[in-house]
Ligand binder design. Sequence first.
Ligand SMILES: *[C@@H]1O[C@H](CO)[C@@H](O)[C@H](O)[C@H]1NC(C)=O
Ligand SMILES: *[C@@H]1O[C@H](CO)[C@@H](O)[C@H](O)[C@H]1NC(C)=O
Ligand SMILES: *[C@@H]1O[C@H](CO)[C@@H](O)[C@H](O)[C@H]1NC(C)=O
Length: 259
Amino acid sequence: MAIFFCFLFFLISSASACDRCVHQTKVAYFSKASALSSGACGYGSLALGFNGGRVAAAVPSLYKNGAGCGACFQVRCMNTSLCTKQGTKVIVTDLNKNNQTDFVLSSRAFRALAYKGMDQDILKLGLVDVEYKRIPCVYKNQNLAVRVEETSHKPNYLAVKFLYQGGQTEIVAVDVAQVGSPNWSFMTRNYGAVWDTERVPTGALQFRIVVTSGYDGKWIWAKNVLPADWKVGAIYDSGVQITDIAKEGCSQCDDGSWK
Ligand SMILES: *[C@@H]1O[C@H](CO)[C@@H](O)[C@H](O)[C@H]1NC(C)=O
Ligand SMILES: *[C@@H]1O[C@H](CO)[C@@H](O)[C@H](O)[C@H]1NC(C)=O
Ligand SMILES: *[C@@H]1O[C@H](CO)[C@@H](O)[C@H](O)[C@H]1NC(C)=O
């Protein structure tokens, strides 16, 4: 254990501790709009409304078996005659299995890399060099929300997905219990942003969530989320929002904002 911590300390101190590591890659775009609503994260047609449709499929190292779903990145293209310096913000809604690029962007996001009036030029290129960094997701006047999936059925199966996850963290564990009860059932990530359990408490439900924060984890407690008569397909306000930032270690750090 001591060796592990020394090693971790070495890793973090040799690379600088960072909120926003900068990476270089190329990005392409989805030509079909339908690709958006069939993303691996399971957001379905809701993804069309995220961030004005500026969404992305991410490679496995960023998708992280679904823990990367909902993560926000700032992406800017390196062609200065074509692209703005601030680039665009994208939200991960899908897995990119093609290992040639770290992201495949929705065409809206891809076009948003270019200066006004030059979006047709960037579409013509089809593939551009970019740099990107993870940034906090900010949802104004919007809490973390819980959507009950269609596969749920009382009394013994509950599947939910988390929407509008703020901050720069990953959800690593989820528990559910009846409101006011200490009898927690753990949930398992089924796929993408969807968590499920076959031990469904009765009554109104509360959730506790572990997110990555700093170099560590943190509990987020949503004390009253689903009513006793929860309905499939419905979206419920969790009453809480996440603002934490999980730190990374890297050699190229840029905590400033790209303008
Ligand atoms: C940069 O963009 C311009 C304008 O569209 C284009 O003519 C040029 O080929 C691009 N350069 C690279 C390296 O893609
Ligand atoms: C990328 O994918 C191709 C085809 O699946 C494979 O042949 C290649 O080895 C992969 N490259 C890397 C760097 O993983
Ligand atoms: C805890 O909750 C589970 C799932 O709802 C239930 O099966 C179990 O009986 C409960 N245990 C206690 C001690 O209430």
